[in-house]
Each structure stands twice: as C-alpha cells, then as structure tokens.
Design a protein around this ligand. Sequence first.
Ligand code: 3PY
Ligand code: MG
Length: 254
Amino acid sequence: MELRKNLFKQAIRQGQLQLGLWTQLGSAITSEILSGCGYDFIGLDAEHGPSEFMEIYAQLQACAAGGPSQPIVRIPNHDASLIKRYLDAGVNTLMVPQVDTAEQAQALVSAVRYPPHGVRGYCGAPRASGFGRIKNYATACDAEICLIVMPETRQALENIEAMAAIEGVDAFFIGPGDLAASLGYIGQPMHPEVIRVIEETGRRIQAAGKVAGILCTDDAQTRRYIDAGFKIVAIGSDQGLLLKGAEKLLATFR
Ligand code: 3PY
Ligand code: MG
C-alpha cells in the first residue's frame, strides 16, 4: 500500500484556489454527503462544535468513503499529545487555532514531525499508515503533512512575518471572529476595520511567501478575499446551509 499524496498541500503549493465547506455538526453522515459535492476541502471542527476525537475519526472515515474532498481537521489546542493522536488517526492537514508567536508555531512544527526533526511520538501501525501496510509511512509522512496555523489575535498580527519564516508552517488561516474580538469588535467580523486588517494581513502573508486562508459566509466579501489572493477559502458551513435551506423552504410555502 502506497502513502497517499496530500492533494490539498500540493494544490496550495501550486497556488491553486481551494474552496471548502466548514462543518460544525459533528456528523459523519453529513461529512460523507458533503465530501462528494466537489469542494476541495471539508473542514472538520474539533475546536468549536461538539466533535470529540472519535467523532472526528468517524468523519475522516466518512470523507474517505464520500470523497474527493480533502479533510482538514481543526484541533482544539496546541497539545502535542493530542496532535499525535489526530496524526495517527490519518489527519494529513491540521489546522491549529490561536497561534500567536513564532515559538508556538515552531513547537507545532515539531509536534507534527517524528524525531530527529520533531517530537511526534511513534506508533507502529496507526490508521495513518494503513494499519502498518504503508511500510515507509514513518520516513515519508512529513512531506504529506500540511500545517495551517490560525492568527486570531493582535499579538499574532505582530508576529506574522516571524511565523511565516518558519519552515514547516504551510499556511495561515485567519479566524475573522476571534480576530474581530481581539481588535475590539466582538461579533463584527464584517466591520470595515476588521476587513481592512484581514486584507492587509493576507497581503503580508503572501509577501512572506506563505498561503493565506479565511472563512467567510458573505458572498460579496468572499469574492473580495479571493481577489485579494486568499487561496484557502471556506465559503460556508453545514450548519449555515441547513438553517438557511430549511428556513427558505418553509418561507416558500408559508
Ligand atoms: C474565527 O472566526 O475565529 C474562526 O476561528 C473561524 O474559523
Ligand atoms: Mg477562531
């Protein structure tokens, strides 16, 4: 059995726009349905939303069955022992929230790599290695792991260039909600000042040679982010689609 290429990582390296859907419902059935729709990626959220480790595991299985979307898992914190479990479960693209400093970013790079390049603990035959069938997993997996860090605070904005200089940080995914809160505009990710800062941060990330991403559910602003060079763009969520779709259907008849 061969180690699968991380098509998402390949695509962002080539500067291709990746459009995705965020999921918060924690449902493997939803993930299976959505991963067959043609989105480039499906975001599986273990930071917010109800999913615990085993629910994410089931959603990874569902994405593999539903394909072709690439799953991205957002973990709840920076804990290296938790990162190890998600990598063992087969997560190739990992998103980490609230990354504020170069030291934190460097520690995350170390957490996703086996010694001597990092501190990831070794397991003989994890799901990620096809339960031991991918014989070169331990020596070849680094190339297929993609690390996305989330700048979501004022402090993170001060450290963008320092974090971008770290080899192994593949991309930045801005959290507009938390960033708005940190800038003094809680609940207002569409405030003009927040948007101005996000667009400026996107330019800084690109100038530093890294890929910028964002989640936005306003179609017109999403277009502007894409035009501004954001390449990892979550354009909606399972919860949002369900809510809007259900309300719209009812309104059609009532
Ligand atoms: C935020 O808006 O803070 C996020 O984390 C979005 O994914
Ligand atoms: Mg956030």
